[in-house]
Design a protein around this ligand. Structure first.
Ligand code: TYM
Length: 334
């Protein structure tokens, strides 16, 4: 079977190392192996589930495209587009929200985290967000969805929605049941300040994350200030379960150098953290700083970025409009 790959990234600014190692790095590898079968979506409809400044949103949409390209995605080998430009996403989300059950959505941990204590004040969009995500995926007959570990539950929900649609309307195999592509290791990069929380753009302190637009000094400073403990570097995997800060930094190092955690442990066992941190800063600078420079260059070329989105949207629309037309017919619309 031909793989069809779809994934999305929110244009909320400050794309970070977690987005890169958990998702975008994988997009690059996949699109090299599966020419013309990859769709990468800038999910602007998802972004407005929390308040956005319209001017900033426009900039962030372009910056996300610039980031994809700076990380190595070739727009001629894949489709890059923004979700709001293809109307079928919102339409399919509505239809699927009549298939999805409240009980399923009530279990979503990300909504609970994002809505916080005052759930009553969260937007309805934030609550039904995973249904829109299911629409994104199902419109393209997606077989595989590369994401970080935090999206696993949303993908399970997408599979449940697809199965229920196929059963309710007696259309066996009409909606393709997608498989998550989550790396076995390093699929959850944690905050540099508190390794019990994931690295995230919504975390207040900028010191908690490496942004893909950081310069050399920022990278060095953030790694210097990253939380560790007072012991020498760990020497075996079992030690890592209680030394989560050390584990996170070692995972970042391993992922960036494409090596295993065991190998990283061997390299630094018993050494002090400052030596390890110097090495980590160096690999980060080698990988992230060129991306940062490229983003800053591309961001000035608005017409180039808009052209990529325009062409991508036209291509995405060809596939999505065929699927939504079939969905309309199945549901019984005239
Ligand atoms: P978003 O924009 O929050 O994140 C984009 C991608 O980055 C991954 N990620 C991480 N991976 C490892 N460690 C971290 N600390 C980390 N933080 C973020 C996310 O898992 C994601 O893969 N709902 C999605 C966007 C979306 C989507 C879709 C994804 C909308 N429609 C359809 C796949 C398919 C989201 O908010 O991702």
């Amino acid at each position: 079977m031909n793989k069809k790959i779809f994934s999305g990234v929110q244009p909320t600014g400050n794309l970070h190392l977690g987005n890169y190692l958990g998702a975008i790095k994988n997009f690059v590898e996949l699109h090299n192996d599966h020419h013309n079968n990859c769709v990468f979506c800038v999910v602007d409809l998802h972004a407005i589930t929390v308040k956005q400044d319209p001017k900033e949103l426009r900039n962030n949409i372009r910056e996300t495209v610039a980031t994809f390209i700076a990380c190595g995605i070739n727009p001629n080998k894949s489709i890059i587009f923004n979700q709001s430009a293809v109307g079928a996403h919102a339409e399919a989300a509505w239809i699927l929200s009549c298939v999805a059950r409240m009980g399923w959505l009530n279990r979503m941990t990300q909504f609970k985290e994002k809505a916080g204590k005052d759930k009553e004040k969260a937007s309805i969009g934030l609550y039904s967000y995973p249904v829109l995500m299911a629409a994104d995926i199902l419109l393209y007959d997606t077989t595989h969805v590369p994401v970080g570990d935090d999206q696993k539950q949303h993908l399970e929900l997408c599979r449940d929605i697809a199965k229920k649609f196929n059963t309710d309307f007696e259309v066996e195999n009409f909606l393709q049941i997608p498989e998550p592509l989550i790396q076995k290791e390093f699929s959850r990069i944690m905050s540099l300040k508190d390794a019990s929380k994931k690295m995230s753009k919504s975390e207040l302190s900028d010191l908690s994350r490496i942004n893909l637009t950081d310069n050399k000094d920022q990278i060095i400073n953030k790694i210097k200030k990253a939380k560790t403990d007072t012991l020498p570097m760990p020497s075996n995997i079992s030690e890592l379960s209680t030394r989560i800060e050390a584990k996170n930094l070692m995972c970042i190092f391993s992922s960036l150098t494409n090596s295993s955690l065991e190998k990283t442990l061997e390299m630094f066992s018993g050494k002090n953290f400052s030596e390890f941190k110097d090495n980590l800063s160096e690999v980060l600078i080698n990988k992230i700083y060129p991306i940062s420079l490229e983003i800053k260059k591309l961001i000035d070329d608005k017409s180039y970025l808009d052209k990529i989105l325009q062409e991508g949207s036209e291509k995405a629309n060809l596939t999505a409009s065929k699927k939504i037309n079939k969905i309309r017919e199945i549901v019984g619309f005239l």
